[in-house]
Design a protein around this ligand. Structure first.
Ligand code: UTP
Length: 507
């Protein structure tokens, strides 16, 4: 192991020797831990990281000038619409997606290295239970959707197929995620097909370019953003693993969208048939100034432009049909070919520009006291997964219905949106709709029929509690055989066992 004097010399070269200022006070254990953390920080890279962070912060002052004139929406031929296309086209996309899944060419990749600071729990967000009757966590819902999509593809093509699940974690999430999966027997997936790997961490930096100590013996480190994916793929030889398995297409998604359709055959099929190397699912923005990134073109090149970079006038622009021109809200649901990921990791990663996130970073002051700052005091440098869009040769976007596919869990309950209640409501409302579409009717305690959702306010609770296991239905398919003509009462839980009972009743 590196000695204190080696590390001190390294830090001096990087201009960061203050990180050892409490050395004399530390016991042997904390000293060893601090050295282990500091030794891998290569001095020139550390110096450069701190310099770039401070410089980027000093530069980052609102929307770049002249941006509006350089923006364009994506050309219409690059955008598919699940809602507006005819059923035959949709069927063709879905069929192609299932075909690729059945050929074992599709993998899913979960970005789960975030710290979930807004939600404010001490464990990885995927372990969160939003309060469904089944008490399923986000990880469990996702695992079950993988099992169901494998089953559907296998049934259509008479094969047994696998959708490997790659999960990018970070120092914060790797240990607890691995433990959680083991404790839950990998939710009945084959552990060989669940590949956890870890992204890199970077020091948080003050506005003056000094790395921050969060304890006397610990540097404040943060994961390098979900765009850390590309270094992590290389660090852990993940693309080689994909190649060995024959994977050609990868669906990358965020942990927090409770409605996410893993390996969505319609999206995969659309992208494959378009010959795309890179694609993004989008939803129509809910209102002009909604804080979501917009998928569009900048100087003719596909990009996600952050909401904070688009001025209000541009955000409100409407086309002749009255719809917003910059309407394609990014929902962190991406399609990549393995070849494209190979090009990125091999050639383009160093060209990706980190973004500045200004955060409240707890630190120790000169006297060694822990300070919880009340306003942002530190810079975290992050890359974003969508930073690679400009390198695509054939980029496509695919618009889907928000109420069917997007409800992110970002905030704690106290926030007005994107919180545990809104995520739970979105899933239960969807399942209530699916049940009605399959021909069920819900009755109240007095036998009166409950209304359809279309008669209710969009973000209210559904009139009855209905939860359908992803193991029974992935996207609303196949429910008629259980529900057609049935009168149901709240709460109604359609899990595998209940489905078996209902099927027996039919016989
Ligand atoms: P968010 O930007 O919502 O961040 O991440 P977060 O860490 O989950 O939550 P906050 O901002 O601290 O409240 C979007 C997705 O990117 C992943 C997250 O796990 C989530 O799936 N992510 C984020 C990473 O995988 N690595 C990172 O370094 C950051």
């Amino acid at each position: 192991m590196a000695s204190e004097s080696d590390v001190r010399a390294q830090l001096q070269r990087a201009g960061q020797e203050h990180l050892l200022r409490f050395w004399a006070e530390l016991a042997p254990g904390p000293r060893a831990a601090l050295l282990a953390e500091l030794a891998p920080l290569e001095p020139d890279a550390l110096r450069e990281h701190c310099r770039r962070a401070a410089a980027a912060w000093a530069r980052a002052s609102g929307p770049p000038p002249g941006l509006a004139a350089r923006l364009q929406p994506l050309p219409p031929e690059r955008v598919g619409r699940a809602r507006l296309c005819d059923p035959e086209t949709r069927r063709r996309w879905e069929e192609e997606g299932f075909r690729q899944i059945a050929l074992n060419k599709v993998a899913v990749l979960l970005l789960a290295g975030g710290q979930g600071t807004r939600l404010g729990v001490t464990y990885p967000k995927g372990m969160y239970d939003v309060g469904l009757p089944s008490q399923k966590t986000l990880y469990q819902l996702q695992a079950e959707r993988i099992r169901r999509v494998e089953q559907l593809a296998g049934e259509r093509h008479g094969t047994h197929c696998t959708v490997p699940w790659y999960i990018m974690t970070s120092e914060f999430t790797l240990g607890p995620t691995a433990k959680f999966f083991k404790e839950h027997d990998f939710f009945h997936l084959d552990p060989a097909n669940v590949v956890l790997f870890e992204q890199r961490m970077l020091p948080a930096v003050t506005f003056e370019g000094r790395a921050i100590l969060e304890r006397k013996d610990k540097v404040a480190m943060a994961p390098d953003g979900n765009g850390g994916l590309y270094c992590a793929l290389e660090d852990h030889r993940i693309l080689q693993d994909m190649e060995l398995r024959g994977v050609e297409f990868v669906h990358v998604y965020c942990v927090d969208n409770i409605l996410v359709r893993l390996a969505d055959p319609v999206f995969i099929g659309f992208c494959v048939l378009q010959g795309a190397d890179c694609g993004a699912k989008v939803v129509e923005k809910a209102y002009p100034e909604e804080p979501v990134g917009v998928v569009c073109q900048l100087d003719g090149v596909p990009q996600v432009v952050e909401y904070s970079e688009i001025n209000s006038e541009v955000a409100h622009l409407r086309g002749t049909d009255g719809s917003l021109i910059y309407n394609a809200g990014n929902i962190c649901n991406h399609f990549f070919t393995r070849d494209f990921l190979q090009t990125i990791t091999r050639d383009c990663e160093p060209l990706l520009q980190p973004h500045v996130a200004v955060k409240k970073v707890p630190y120790v002051d000169e006297g060694g006291n822990l300070v919880m700052p009340l306003k942002p005091n530190g810079i975290k440098m992050e890359k974003f997964v969508f930073d690679v869009f400009p390198f695509a040769r054939n980029f496509v976007a695919f618009e889907v219905l928000r109420e069917e596919e997007f409800s992110p869990l970002k905030n704690a309950e106290a926030a007005s949106r994107d919180n545990p209640s809104s995520a739970r409501r979105a899933l239960l409302a969807q399942h209530y709709r699916w049940a009605l579409q399959a021909g069920a009717r819900f009755l109240d305690a007095h036998g009166a029929q409950l209304p359809a959702l279309s008669c209710l306010p969009p973000d209210g609770d559904p009139p009855a509690i209905c939860e359908i296991s992803p193991l029974v239905s992935y996207s609303g398919e196949g429910l008629e055989m259980y529900l057609q003509g049935r009168e149901l009462q709240s709460p109604f839980i359609l899990d595998e066992e209940q489905a078996r009972v209902l099927r027996l009743l039919e016989m």
